[in-house]
Design a protein around this ligand. Structure first.
Ligand code: HEM
Length: 427
C-alpha cells in the first residue's frame, strides 16, 4: 500500500512494486550506500521510483552504462518517447530535468543528425576560448573573491566562492556583460533551490540569454555566444537561446559542486590534503580522484527505450525512462577490482559517455576553473580549516547532484592583494 503522504501519479508496473524512492533522506545522506544496496539486490540495473512514485530504471553497472550511452537508437534522448508523459502533471517538480517545458527544444533532447550538428556547433564555440586568457580570467576573478573575505579569517566557501567563480568566468567567456553576473548568480541559486522563486529564477536566466542573443545578432564579437550564432549550422534564435542556456546551466552546478566536493575532501581527508599541497600536477590528479569517488553528477536523466530492450538481467519495455547512475558506474566493483585500479585514468563516467556526453572543450574549461579556483585558495589561505565537525556538513537534497549546501572554513586573516581595489560587487 502506498502511504497517503506519497501521492501516486501513475499505476505501478509489477516490476516496480517494492522499489525504493530515489531522493529520500537516506539517499541524500549517503547515496553510495543506496547504490551498493541496490546493486546487491538487483544487479547492474535496478527498478527505482522518483517523487510521485514514478517508475524508472537506474543503471548502476559501468558496462551497462557504456551500452546505454553508446546505443543512442535503442536508448534514445527525446522525452516525447516516454509513455508516462501525458499522465504526469505539468507541475511535476522533476520535469525541468526531464525535458519538460521550454527545455524540450534544447540540444539535450535532440537525436541523430540534429544532435550531431548542434552539439558540434557548441563544441566548436567552446573550443574557441583562448585557454591562456581563460586561465588568467579564472585566477584573477578567484583572487578578487578571496580578497573579499581574506581579512575576516572565516568564510562560507560555497556561497562566496564555489558558486560565484564558475558563473563569473563562464559569463565572461559567453559574452554576458559583467554587470549582469550578479543577478544571474541569484537566479541560478533560486532555480537550484527549487522553491517558490525557482520559476522566477529560470525566467530571469531566459531573459538574460534572450538579451544576449539579440546583442550577438546585432553586434557579434569574439565570445562563445557570437561564435555559436555565426556557426554554419544556422541555429534559429530560439535554438541559440536554448543551447546557450544548456551551456550555462550544464557548466554551472557541476563545476561549483566539483570545486566544493574537492575542497571538502582536501579539508577532511589527509591523503587529499597531501595531494593538494604537493604541487600543481597533484592538484589535477586529486581532482580526478574526486570525479571517481565523489562526483557531482550522481544520476543523470535520462534516456528512453525506443523499443523493448535487454539490459543486464532485465527486459525493459519500450518508452520507459532510464536513469544513468554515473556515480555508481564509477564505483562498480567489476571495474575497480584492483585496489586503486583505474584511479589515475579518465575512464570515469562523471561526464557521461558517448555522443551526448559533456563536450571535450567544456571538460577542459571546467578543469581550468576548478584547478585555478583551488590553487588560488591554497596559495592565499594555506591554513584553511573546516569550521565545523565533518559530520555536520549538509549535502544538497538533490536526486541528480551531490554538492554541499555550505562549506564554512576558518583561516589566518590575510590582507587583500595590492591589485584589489576593494568591493567585489557580489557580497
Ligand atoms: C564549463 C563547464 C561545463 C560546460 C560549459 C558544460 C557543457 C555541457 C553541454 C553543452 C552538455 C550537453 C551535451 C549534449 O547534449 O550533447 C553537457 C552535458 C553534460 N555534462 Fe557538461 N559542462 C561543463 C561541466 C561539466 C562538469 C564539471 C561535469 C561533471 C563532472 C559535467 C557533466 C555533464 C554530463 C553528465 C552531461 C550529460 C551527458 C549525457 O546526456 O549523457 N559537465 N555539458
Amino acid at each position: 500500500m502506498n502511504s497517503p503522504q506519497k501521492p501516486v501519479l501513475v499505476e505501478l508496473p509489477d516490476s516496480h512494486r517494492g522499489a525504493i524512492v530515489l531522493g529520500d533522506p537516506g539517499y541524500h545522506r549517503d547515496p553510495a550506500e543506496v547504490f551498493s544496496a541496490l546493486r546487491r539486490t538487483y544487479g547492474p540495473v535496478a527498478p527505482v521510483l522518483l517523487v510521485g512514485q514514478v517508475p524508472a530504471w537506474l543503471v548502476l553497472g559501468h558496462r551497462e552504462l557504456t551500452q546505454v550511452t553508446t546505443d543512442t537508437r535503442l536508448f534514445a534522448r527525446k522525452a516525447a518517447r516516454w509513455r508516462l508523459r501525458e499522465q504526469l502533471p505539468a507541475d511535476w517538480p522533476l520535469w525541468p530535468m526531464l525535458g519538460g517545458g521550454h527545455t524540450e527544444s534544447s540540444l539535450l533532447y535532440t537525436e541523430g543528425d540534429e544532435h550531431r550538428q548542434r552539439a558540434g556547433a557548441v563544441s566548436r564555440a567552446l573550443a574557441s576560448v583562448d585557454p591562456v586568457e581563460f586561465r588568467a580570467q579564472c585566477e584573477s576573478r578567484a583572487e578578487d573573491l578571496v580578497d573579499s573575505f581574506a581579512h575576516s579569517g572565516r568564510a562560507e566557501l560555497m556561497a562566496h566562492y564555489a558558486l560565484l567563480l564558475p558563473v563569473m568566468v563562464m559569463g565572461w567567456a559567453l559574452g554576458v556583460p559583467t554587470e549582469e553576473h550578479r543577478d544571474l548568480v541569484a537566479a541560478f541559486t533560486d532555480q537550484l533551490a527549487g522553491g517558490d522563486r525557482a520559476l522566477a529564477g529560470h525566467q530571469h536566466i531566459r531573459r538574460t540569454v534572450q538579451a544576449l542573443v539579440r546583442r550577438v545578432r546585432e553586434r557579434p564579437s569574439a565570445d562563445v555566444a557570437s561564435r555559436l550564432a555565426a556557426d554554419p549550422v544556422g541555429l534559429s534564435d530560439e535554438q541559440l537561446c536554448q543551447d546557450l542556456i544548456v551551456t550555462i546551466l550544464a557548466g554551472h552546478q557541476t563545476t561549483t559542486y566539483w570545486m566544493g566536493n574537492s575542497t571538502y575532501r582536501m579539508l577532511v581527508d589527509r591523503r587529499h590534503t597531501d595531494a593538494f599541497i604537493r604541487g600543481r600536477l597533484a592538484v589535477s590528479q586529486a581532482l580526478r580522484e574526486v570525479l571517481w569517488d565523489d562526483t557531482p553528477t550522481q544520476v543523470f536523466a535520462g534516456r528512453w527505450t525506443s523499443r523493448p530492450a535487454r539490459l543486464g538481467h532485465v527486459t525493459i519495455p519500450a518508452g520507459d525512462l532510464i536513469l544513468l547512475g554515473l556515480a555508481a558506474g564509477n564505483t562498480d566493483p567489476h571495474l575497480r577490482a584492483e585496489p586503486g585500479g583505474l584511479r589515475g585514468s579518465r575512464a570515469y563516467l562523471s561526464y557521461s559517455h558517448g555522443p551526448h556526453s559533456c563536450p571535450d572543450p567544456a571538460r577542459d574549461l571546467a578543469e581550468t576553473i576548478v584547478t585555478a579556483g583551488i590553487e588560488v585558495l591554497l596559495d592565499r589561505l594555506p591554513d584553511l580549516h573546516l569550521a565545523c565537525p565533518p559530520e555536520q556538513v549538509r549535502w544538497q537534497p538533490s536526486v541528480w547532484m551531490r554538492g554541499l549546501e555550505a562549506l564554512p572554513v576558518t583561516f589566518t586573516p590575510t590582507p587583500p592583494t595590492t591589485r584589489y581595489a576593494g568591493g567585489t560587487p557580489w557580497i
